[in-house]
Structure formats: structure tokens, C-alpha cells
Design a protein. Structure first.
Lengths: 389, 389
């Protein structure tokens, strides 16, 4: 039997030490949660991908434009309900460091294909009506303090205006995305506007389409659509690759590189540091409790319950830290999501992350408690009582 | 002015070897994680900045921030190459100038997953411009007008079909890999081929940048100012070193940010551990402090003595951290250069700068962690201290 009161009393004997250890554990577990959530964020797009969307992109490069003429041909493929063009604009606001995603797209089709896109301010109709209008993600709007009705001047890097001025987009709507397949940072504007500006010689830049996103009709077979599309442009002029949305998202995760490995290495370092800290505290308090162990044993407590008392101290110590750390991660979630929205949209402390953090806490608790517990179990009464402090 | 002998502290650390080593290792793990992140950043940055040459100039289209964004039409590139009086022209030869195409192409890694590899279409003149910046180490150069490419040596072990004798498909054209080249800079992660053949295969009848050598004594600042407002070909002119340095900003920013975040968060945890250790040291040595005080040592001497002990813990932790991080030096890794969205291979570099930062950080951790226990030690009264058991 393990008297729990004894466990808590022993821990409370050194309040400052207990507090410091618990806090460092809390910080470490918090850090593990944050790191894990970054990996989750990275894969969020893959996890949320829609099964009825097919992406048609160049097989050669992300930076190769597909001919405009591919659009009408794709529309004729059996099972395709709607098509939307996406063109990477690559501009920035005032300074190159104020960089975020902008796409030239088909307004009407965008709403048809992406039902996760919700207008939170302004209206879709205003956006569709005005040639120079744009739709802005709420995170970006918040970051730069932009509202519906404002002009948002964007300097083009790929499509630089020949008059040297920025592109003045009129904000007609603010949107947010309810799924990780779209972020809430992007600026969407009309493909026709870009096209007309190129034709009128107001800007230079490549003509063509970055990607086509196909929405499939209910019941259509994505595999059949994809192989038909691939075969259609097999001989050029630009070879394409049709993929599911999940594969498309996974492709970007892979391109960003070995982030999970990098994050795990850091996580490993954090775990090691914190294990050592917990072990240090546990060994210190166990050493100070040597005589208490002797007294307990003399009173008739078994080796097993003495072992339990010390192990439980480790577990309670680490458990407290772990719970605080997990709570910190949960409480900071909205703030972190906002802060990281441009680099890691979809940052989220999932239940899986919480479970993993709890597992790590338990492991640290057991590992740090077991050495002093074993020592206490094997101590003889005489040796323990004789111990010099 | 009597200070407590330093050997007293060193011996105390040795006597409490388990607490000392756990604390040192804990600080060490923290420092090692920080050093790892900094070594990654250093490796990336040195690859770009140290390999760039001051005698090579790069022309980008006005408004472009990297060669992926920059586009020169054939006519504009010709104007640049034919009309600039500043270009170095060896007697009896054409000027040392070359227009290049650049495209990040999608390639599969040998270990699985997809990545973006830069492909550079060059002219034979490019080899004269770069000189020994590009050295063939296997096979031969691609033939003029041939469907052949050479690959940077960092690609050979990482990317599929980048080995001599293999065939690399670009759009609808097969290119044969005929050689491997080495370079000290990011070129070593690139595929090079004949510019005109690549332009045709990729259906890209444009150039991305123009590189040249300038005549001795030409003032680059003047040239840059003139080209910026040039009516025919407005362009951005900089040395290769300046260009490459500008390419590291995004990733360096991310890595430095991550390093700082980890340093602060893990640092706080490490400080708590150090405080705990020092408090335990204080608790077990209260009696000794009483003796020291009654021998005539002043409280400030006790304070300095304990602070010194914490400082030693910090330095030792810093040294251990550096030792842990040192094996990373020279280890090859890859990271995404966010500016061109391509993967660059480079090696971790544990530079003296990294080690100095790491050890200073550890010393600060020790000092901050030791201050409170040292103050407590210094505020003890001799009678009180000696009475405690």
C-alpha cells in the first residue's frame, strides 16, 4: 500500500524545489506540444484533403505555366463538374518581407469548388462584380489592418507593373477557411484582370495557368479522370500530372524537406534535458529521505510500499508539470495559431498531441522515479537510519 | 578581501558528482539543441555568402527578388549582352557575359518523396565566367546543342536519375547525364545543361538572369544606378556575393527565430535546474557556510563563491553541449530555400561563432540559476547556519 499523503508531504517539504522542477517540466512538455503541433500543421492539408478534387499541374515544375487552351479541353473530360484556374502571383505588401500568397483565380468557380471558403465580411457578389476586387484571408487582413473597402497595394515580383506602381486591389470581401485545405492568409483576385493587364501591356510576365483544380461530379471516378487527363497531354506541349488533392498537399510537405526529422531531433534534446532535471530532483529528495526510509521500514512498511512511495513521488512531480505544460499548450493555441498563420497555417494542438505529451510525461515520471525507488527498496533499515545527511 | 578558495567549490562539485553531472548534462542538452539549430543556419549561410564572388555581376529584371522571378526576353538579354561597355572583353574574344535560364524542376528523391531541383541552362561562356567556381569531377561537359546535362555532386546520392549514364526526362525530352561537377556554392545542388536545348525542351523561350565579369575599375554602384533607370532594359545589378547573400534571408530568419525561441524556453527550464542543484548544494552545506563565516569570510565572499560554483556548472554544461553538437559538423543535410522554393544541400557548420554563442549562453544560464541560491547563502548568519543539522 502506498500512503498518498506521505507522497505529497514529501514533495511539499521543499516547495521551491518542487515548484522549479514542475515549472521546468511544464515548459518542456509545452515545447514538445508546440513542436508536435508544427508537424501536425504541416500535414493538416493532407489530412483534410477533399476526395472530389483533382489537381492538374505541370509534371516538370511548379513554376511552369500550362497553356490556357488546356482549360476547355479539361472541361470536356467525363466526370468534371467545375474547373478553377490558380495562378501564383508572388507579390508583397510594401516590403519583400511582407510576403504572403496571392492567386489570380476564377471567382465564381472558386466558390463552387471550395465550399470551405466562408465570407466573414463584405460579399461574394461585390467581389464578382468588380474587376479589380480581391478577396482577402482574415489572418492577413488582421495582420495588415485591412478592411472591406480598403485598397490593398501589392508589388508584383513576377508580374511587375511597367509604370512601377503597385497593383491596387480593392478589398471586396474577407474570407476564412473552415478546413486546412485552404489557409486564411491568401489574397484571391480575378484571373481576367491579370490577363487583361498582360494584354494591355500594363505588366509583363508569363501567360498561362499555374494549376487547374477540377471538381468532380458526384460518383465520378477520380482515378479514371486522372489517367484520362495525363494521357491527353502526354505529348506536350506541357506534360501534366493529375493528382488527388491529398497527393498534391503531400507533395508540398515533401518539398519543404525533412521537418519532422528536424523537429524530432529538437524534441529528443528537450526530452533528454528534462529527464535529467527530473532525475536530479528525485535523486536529491531521495537522498534526503534516506533516514525517513529507514524509519518507515522500521515501522513495518514493506520494501514494496517504500518503492511505491518514491516512485509515486516521481510520477506526481512529473504529472503536475506535464498537466501544466499541456494546459499551457492548449491555452496558447489561439495565439500561436495567429502568430504562425503565415508559415504554419493549421497549427493545432490535437488530442493525439496531448496523448503523446501525456505519454512522455509518464515516461519521464517513471524513469526519474525508478532509480531512487529501487535504491530505497534495497536499503536495509540499519543502513538507512545510520545515513549521514 | 579574502575570497573563499576556488578549490573548495571545485571539490564540492566533485563530491556531489551525481547532481553535478546531471545538471551539466541537462544544460549540455539545451546548449546542444541550440548549437544544432545555429550550426544549420551557419552551414546554409556560409554556403551562399562565402561562395559568391565579387568579380561576377548578376543582372535581374527590375522588381525581381530572385532568378526564379526574374525574366528577360531574348531581345532584352541581347541588348544587355551586346551594348554594355563595362563588360570584360578578353583580347580577340567575345565579352565575358552569358544569359542563363533557371527553373526549379520537380524530381524524386532516392529515399522517396519529391523535391525541387534547380536546373540551369548555360552557355559555354558561363564556364569561363565562373572559372574554377565550377569544376568537373566525373565524366565530361555536356555537348553544345546536345540533349545532355551535368549534375552537381550533391545531387548524385540524393536525387533519382542524377547519375552519369542515366537519362533524365524534362517534359517530353530525354536528357543524358554525362558528368558530375563540384562547386563551393549552391551550384552543387543544380543540374546544368545547354541553354538553348533546355529552353526548347521546357518550352521557355526566355532568360532568367544575365551574368558577366566587369572590366577592372568599374564602379558597380554607378552601373547599378544607371541600369535601374535604364529605359530599354531596366534591371537590378549586383555582385554574385550580394545576390547569394540576399537569398539566405528567409531561411536564416526562420532558423534564427527558432533558435531564439528554443533558447528562451529551454533556457528557462535549464535555469530552474541549475537553481535546484545549487539550492540542494546550499542545503547540504549550510553547516560549512557557518564555519566559513565564523572563520571570517564576508558574506560577499560566500556569494561569489556560490556564484562561481554555478558559473562552473554553466561552463561545463556549455562545453558538454558543444561536444555533443560537434559531431554534427560537416554532416550533410538539405533544407528548403524558401526564396526559390528549391532544396539546397549543405553541411552543418559548428563554427567558432556557434561555439562562443553556445558557451556564453550556458554561462548565463549558470549565473542566472546561481544568483538566488548564492544570495541565500550569503544572507545566512554564522550561528544559525552552524546550529542547523
Amino acid at each position: 500500500m502506498v500512503p498518498l499523503r506521505l507522497v505529497t508531504k514529501n514533495l511539499a517539504k521543499h516547495k521551491l524545489r518542487f515548484a522549479l522542477t514542475v515549472l521546468s517540466l511544464a515548459i518542456a512538455i509545452f515545447l514538445l506540444c508546440v513542436l508536435r503541433s508544427l508537424v501536425v500543421a504541416l500535414n493538416a492539408g493532407v489530412a483534410a484533403a477533399a476526395s472530389n478534387r483533382v489537381i492538374v499541374q505541370s509534371k516538370v515544375s511548379l513554376f511552369v505555366y500550362l497553356p490556357q487552351s488546356y482549360g476547355p479541353k479539361l472541361a470536356l473530360v467525363d466526370g468534371v463538374e467545375s474547373i478553377v484556374r490558380w495562378n501564383w502571383f508572388g507579390g508583397y505588401y510594401q516590403e519583400p518581407s511582407n510576403f504572403f500568397a496571392q492567386f489570380a483565380t476564377d471567382g465564381k468557380q472558386l466558390f463552387e469548388v471550395y465550399d470551405e471558403l466562408e465570407i466573414v465580411d463584405g460579399s461574394a457578389e461585390d467581389f464578382l462584380r468588380d474587376r479589380k476586387a480581391c478577396l482577402l484571408g482574415q489572418d492577413t487582413a488582421l495582420k495588415y489592418g485591412k478592411k472591406v473597402g480598403d485598397t490593398f497595394p501589392i508589388i508584383g515580383t513576377i508580374f511587375a507593373r511597367l509604370d512601377g506602381e503597385p497593383w491596387d486591389f480593392q478589398i471586396a470581401g474577407i474570407y476564412r477557411s473552415s478546413k486546412a485545405t485552404l489557409d486564411s492568409n491568401t489574397l484571391f483576385f480575378h484571373y481576367e484582370f491579370l490577363e487583361k493587364s498582360l494584354e494591355a501591356g500594363a505588366t509583363v510576365g508569363p501567360s498561362g495557368v499555374g494549376i487547374f483544380v477540377l471538381k468532380l461530379a458526384p460518383g465520378a471516378d477520380p482515378v479514371a479522370v486522372m489517367s484520362e487527363v495525363d494521357a491527353m497531354f502526354e505529348n506536350g506541349p506541357q506534360v501534366v500530372q493529375a493528382t488527388t488533392e491529398a497527393e498534391f498537399q503531400a507533395q508540398f510537405v515533401s518539398m519543404v524537406g525533412n521537418v519532422p526529422m528536424f523537429v524530432s531531433s529538437i524534441g529528443g534534446g528537450v526530452m533528454l534535458a528534462i529527464l535529467l532535471a527530473a532525475l536530479n530532483t528525485m535523486l536529491m529528495s531521495a537522498r534526503e529521505q534516506t533516514r525517513d526510509v529507514g524509519v518507515l521500514k522500521a515501522l513495518g512498511f514493506t520494501d514494496g510500499s517504500v518503492f511505491g512511495i518514491l516512485l509515486a513521488q516521481g510520477l506526481v512531480l512529473c504529472g503536475t508539470g506535464g498537466v501544466i505544460g499541456i494546459l499551457l499548450a492548449k491555452v496558447s493555441e489561439p495565439g500561436m495559431t495567429r502568430m504562425l498563420s503565415s508559415m504554419f497555417p493549421g497549427y493545432q494542438v490535437t488530442d493525439g498531441t496531448v496523448m503523446e505529451a501525456a505519454g512522455a510525461t509518464l515516461a519521464i515520471g517513471l524513469l526519474s522515479g525508478i532509480a531512487p525507488a529501487l535504491r530505497a527498496r534495497s536499503l536495509s533499515v540499519i543502513d538507512a537510519l545510520r545515513a549521514v545527511r | 578581501m579574502a575570497l573563499v578558495p576556488l578549490s573548495y567549490n571545485l571539490r564540492s562539485l566533485v563530491v556531489r558528482w551525481s547532481a553535478t553531472s546531471l545538471t551539466v548534462l541537462g544544460i549540455g542538452a539545451t546548449v546542444a539543441v541550440l548549437s544544432g539549430v545555429l550550426a544549420l543556419q551557419q552551414g546554409f549561410e556560409t554556403l551562399f555568402t562565402e561562395s559568391g564572388r565579387d568579380d561576377i555581376v548578376v543582372f535581374l529584371r527590375q522588381g525581381a527578388t530572385n532568378e526564379g522571378d526574374s525574366v528577360f526576353t531574348l531581345e532584352r538579354a541581347q541588348i544587355l549582352m551586346k551594348t554594355l561597355p563595362e563588360l570584360e572583353t578578353p583580347p580577340g574574344e567575345a565579352p565575358l557575359v552569358s544569359a542563363e535560364i533557371y527553373l526549379a524542376v520537380r524530381r524524386n528523391r532516392i529515399r522517396g518523396g519529391e523535391t525541387n531541383v534547380p536546373i540551369r541552362g548555360v552557355q559555354m561562356r558561363s564556364f569561363d565566367i565562373y572559372g574554377d567556381g565550377v569544376r568537373l569531377i566525373e565524366g565530361r561537359r555536356f555537348g553544345l546543342g546536345a540533349d545532355e546535362v551535368i549534375v552537381g555532386r550533391k545531387l548524385v546520392d540524393r536525387i533519382q536519375d542524377c547519375q552519369v549514364g542515366r537519362t533524365l526526362w524534362l517534359n517530353t525530352t530525354p536528357f543524358k547525364v554525362v558528368g558530375v561537377f563540384a562547386s563551393d556554392g549552391p551550384f552543387q545542388s543544380e543540374i546544368w545543361g545547354d541553354r538553348d536545348r533546355l529552353a526548347e525542351a521546357l518550352e521557355r523561350p526566355v532568360y532568367n538572369r544575365v551574368v558577366a565579369r566587369l572590366k577592372p575599375g568599374i564602379d558597380l554602384v554607378d552601373l547599378a544606378a544607371r541600369m535601374e533607370s535604364d529605359t530599354q532594359v531596366p534591371s537590378k545589378v549586383m555582385t554574385e556575393r550580394q545576390y547569394l547573400s540576399s537569398q539566405t534571408q528567409a531561411l536564416s530568419f526562420v532558423l534564427r527565430g527558432l533558435g531564439l525561441f528554443l533558447a528562451v524556453v529551454m533556457g528557462v527550464a535549464a535555469v530552474f535546474t541549475a537553481t535546484n542543484t545549487m539550492l540542494a548544494a546550499l542545503a547540504s552545506r549550510t553547516y560549512e557556510i557557518g564555519i566559513l563565516l565564523s572563520l571570517g569570510y564576508r558574506p560577499y565572499a560566500i556569494f561569489l563563491s556560490f556564484l562561481f560554483e554555478a558559473f562552473v556548472l554553466g561552463i561545463a554544461g556549455g562545453a558538454v553541449g558543444c561536444l555533443l553538437a560537434l559531431p554534427l559538423n560537416g554532416v550533410d543535410t538539405g533544407a528548403m530555400n524558401f526564396q526559390t522554393f528549391t532544396e539546397v544541400a549543405f553541411a552543418f557548420r559548428v563554427t567558432p561563432e556557434v561555439m562562443v554563442t553556445a558557451v556564453s549562453f550556458a554561462m548565463i544560464l549558470g549565473l542566472v540559476g546561481g544568483t538566488w541560491p548564492a544570495l541565500r547563502a550569503a544572507s545566512l548568519r554564522p550561528t544559525e547556519a552552524m546550529r542547523r543539522t
